[in-house]
Design a protein around this ligand. Structure first.
Ligand code: PMP
Length: 417
């Protein structure tokens, strides 16, 4: 049966595009959306998307549990977001100044995110984390920033995942601590000799390729107290998790407020926008730095953000994702148990992470995901997945059915575990 389905998923157009791309795009494709490191069953190029479904350039349809690695929160082509985009597009997008939607987006974000008194906008998550660091430095007059070892905060030279093209000076002001380990933060602060402008942290440990770790509320509170004691900014990287964990700041349910927060991905439901949100006492520093971009003030993504953030509340997007994510987690657990394959599921259910204990080089994960792709479901072998508010119970059922095939593939290749 698998064989028959595999044969249906012909990828001649994708193969031809990959070949043309190799001639004119370094590596044929780069970055996190590159299919180069994925099993050959994955398509590289997509033709269209609707709600929780995507179609590759050969016309194959999939239930998509990557959501473009986060940006798609309400599902592709959400009617209210698309209406706001069309209306703004008819009036203008890249103009010689921002539209009214910039002020509306800032009002809405500062209303929804408790710690925020002001908002600045940019394009990508990397812009938002980098600007946050600059504001922390301008505010404190200090240089060093502490980050959790293994975390990802962007692709600028101060943080990109590889060393190629980066100088030691680019990273000279970074110091590392261990997530959920306040003693390690204290040690990093001591090693920095008091020169700490800020401490950047993710809402939970979502490092790619590892089991995920939720934040310990005690750690969050101690981090806040430590920042207050040493006069450093607590910077929350909400780029990946923002508005998926909570309708507001991700640490609001545990009562810990950052000074600055960096957002992007989901705030415009796929339209390109990033935001830095800050507490009032950082507003002066925010006006001192110079940051800008040719496309940062486009009105269309701002209008998309207003519609998206409004819909997150009106449509109960977070509880919807929790419900669907819970169904998926339970379905995967049952399917793995039936197949006699051991799995580990970690992270919030809206951002599922599945791994196989002792999985060297992600070989089991790759076999699992390849078979799932053959059965019309996109997961990822080394990165957390994303549930959107558009995923239905039927989508989850299809995902679990594909996962059953995936677990069977693991069992066939690697035996019972
Ligand atoms: N921070 C986190 C936690 C991220 O997940 C990402 C993107 N994966 C970034 C920052 C960088 O965002 P962008 O790719 O939009 O620059």
């Amino acid at each position: 049966m698998t064989e028959v389905i595999s044969q249906r998923r012909i990828r001649a157009v994708d193969a031809a595009l990959r070949e043309r791309a190799r001639a004119v795009i370094p590596g044929g494709m780069y970055g996190h959306l590159s299919a180069n490191g994925l099993p050959p069953e994955y398509p590289q190029f997509y033709a269209r998307a609707e709600r929780a479904h995507v179609w590759d350039v050969d016309g194959n349809e999939y239930v998509d549990f990557m959501c473009s690695f986060g940006p798609v929160l309400l599902g592709h082509k959400h009617p209210k977001v698309e209406a706001a985009v069309a209306a703004q597009l008819a009036r203008g997008d890249t103009m010689s100044g921002p539209g009214a939607a910039m002020v509306e987006a800032a009002e809405l974000l500062t209303d929804r995110v408790a710690h925020a008194d002001w908002a600045m906008f940019a394009k990508n998550g990397t812009d938002a984390t980098t600007i946050s660091l600059m504001i922390a430095r301008a505010a404190t007059g200090r240089s060093k920033v502490l980050a959790a070892a293994g975390a990802y905060h962007g692709a600028a030279p101060w943080f990109t995942m590889r060393d190629a093209g980066v100088t030691p000076e680019d990273r000279a002001n970074l110091r590392y601590y261990t997530f959920n380990d306040i003693a390690s933060v204290e040690e990093a602060v001591a090693a920095a000799g008091g020169d700490v402008a800020g401490i950047i942290v993710s809402p939970y440990r979502h490092d790619a390729g590892f089991d995920q770790e939720l934040v310990d509320a005690g750690f969050a509170r101690q981090l806040r107290a430590l920042c207050d004691r040493i006069g450093a900014a607590l910077i929350m990287d909400e780029v990946r998790a923002g508005f998926r964990l909570n309708d507001g700041g991700s640490w609001e349910p545990i009562g810990v407020a950052p000074d600055l927060s960096a957002w992007s991905k989901a705030i415009g439901n796929g339209y390109p926008l990033a935001a830095v949100l800050g507490a009032g006492r950082y507003a002066d520093a925010a006006t001192q730095i110079f940051v800008t971009g040719s496309f940062w003030y486009q009105a269309v993504p701002m209008a998309a953000a207003v519609a998206t953030i409004t819909a997150v509340r009106d449509e109960g997007a977070v509880p919807a994702m929790v419900k669907t994510g819970t169904l998926l987690r339970e379905g995967l657990a049952a399917a793995a148990a039936d197949a006699g394959v051991a799995i580990t599921q970690t992270g919030p259910v809206q951002m599922p992470n599945l791994s196989f204990p002792g999985d060297e080089n992600y070989a089991r994960a790759a076999a699992f995901c390849a078979r799932a792709v053959d059965h019309g479901v996109i997961f990822h072998p080394r990165h957390n997945w994303f549930v959107s508010a558009a995923h239905t119970q039927a989508d989850v059922e299809r995902a679990v059915a594909a996962a059953r095939e995936g677990f069977r593939a693991v069992r066939e290749r690697f035996g019972e575990s």
